[in-house]
Design a protein around this ligand. Sequence first.
Ligand code: 13P
Length: 255
Amino acid sequence: MRKIIIAGNWKMNKTALEAIELITALKREVNDIDKVDVVVCPTAIALADVEDLLQDSHIGLGAQNLHWEDSGAFTGEISASMIKSIGARYVIIGHSERRQFFGETNETVNKKIKAALKEDLKPIVCVGEVLEEREAGKTFDVIKEQCEGSLANLTNEEMGKIILAYEPVWAIGTGKTASPDQAQEVHQYIRELLTKLFSEELAQSVRIQYGGSVKQENTADLMSQPDIDGALVGGASLESDSFAGIIKASCTISK
Ligand code: 13P
């Protein structure tokens, strides 16, 4: 039994004040919901303000990135211990935008996962193919390489603390959602891969989110697929109504 987890990746959006307004409005709509796990991932500078408002809430807090070192001369970076000290419990790692624009590789993703786990943060690790790879029939190869590289040398216990997110890059911010069948096919493939890399029991327990143009209208169809255990939401998490709509639509699904 895997509990659905809906996370909002706010990316580089919302000033600290706007973040406060958004979380205040979201709490009004979903604070009583505990059937699914809800997480928000604001920018680093809004983490503390949002955490203050989440003290009395089920909603979890996550960062969008971290550095693998604990401290030092790494201008502009933040570490796992800093994220933890603010009260956040999750961190997105290896988002395709970081892979595409900031030189993130499977090796750096792997180091970041280990740093996050050391501080008891739950990594949300992203994988996904670009359009040319899908069109060339290489989706499974790409996913395999990203999973094997990113999850290298982790113990079963460590893997058990990780959430995976399958985000086909061609579906991010484009309005082109993967069909439930297309998404399910890759999620099932990832679970089979986890069985080989770790164990059947572990593979069955890991939650795999789908991300890429998730909105209220397509949530129930996606979440009812057997291997889709949640959503990582970009654009639609930036307004309380649309994010709450996704959360509520997820609550209608019994897994
Ligand atoms: P959109 O929901 O805006 O397509 O973004 C998805 C995403 O990248 C979440 O991490």
